[in-house]
Design a protein around this ligand. Structure first.
Ligand SMILES: [Zn+2]
Length: 119
């Protein structure tokens, strides 16, 4: 067997693996970006729902049917954020909606404590 040909083939395969690895890293980055965008939108949506519940008139019967009472909505919101934090996302203003990676975030914890006290 031609040793030189084998080495050439190995080098070509190595090069292709390198390219695939780069492509994979790029895809991973895009996925993280999309997940973070999605989380930010979820948080924004949650926040808007809470604002809507807070500012909807309590006397309006039609609105009361579709929206939960004020306190319930606010409590749900905090719970939802705590869930997101547990799932590994930042809920603080500093890194809003980004993936947390390993370890706790002091800003997030402070925000959670503050939110649960306001309840
Ligand atoms: Zn954070």
């Amino acid at each position: 067997m031609d040793k030189e040909a084998i080495f050439e083939q190995v080098a070509r395969v190595e090069e292709r693996i390198g390219e695939l690895y780069k492509e994979l890293a790029g895809l991973k980055e895009q996925i993280v970006g999309l997940i973070e965008d999605n989380t930010r939108l979820m948080m924004e949506n949650q926040r808007l729902k809470e604002l809507e519940a807070r500012f909807s008139s309590p006397s309006g019967e039609t609105e009361e049917k579709t929206l939960p009472p004020k306190e319930e909505a606010a409590g749900k919101g905090v719970h939802h954020l705590a869930d997101l934090y547990e799932e590994g996302f930042h809920i603080c203003n500093v890194h809003y909606g980004r993936l947390r990676g390993e370890g706790d975030c002091l800003f997030c914890i402070a925000f959670l404590n503050k939110s649960s006290k306001e309840e």
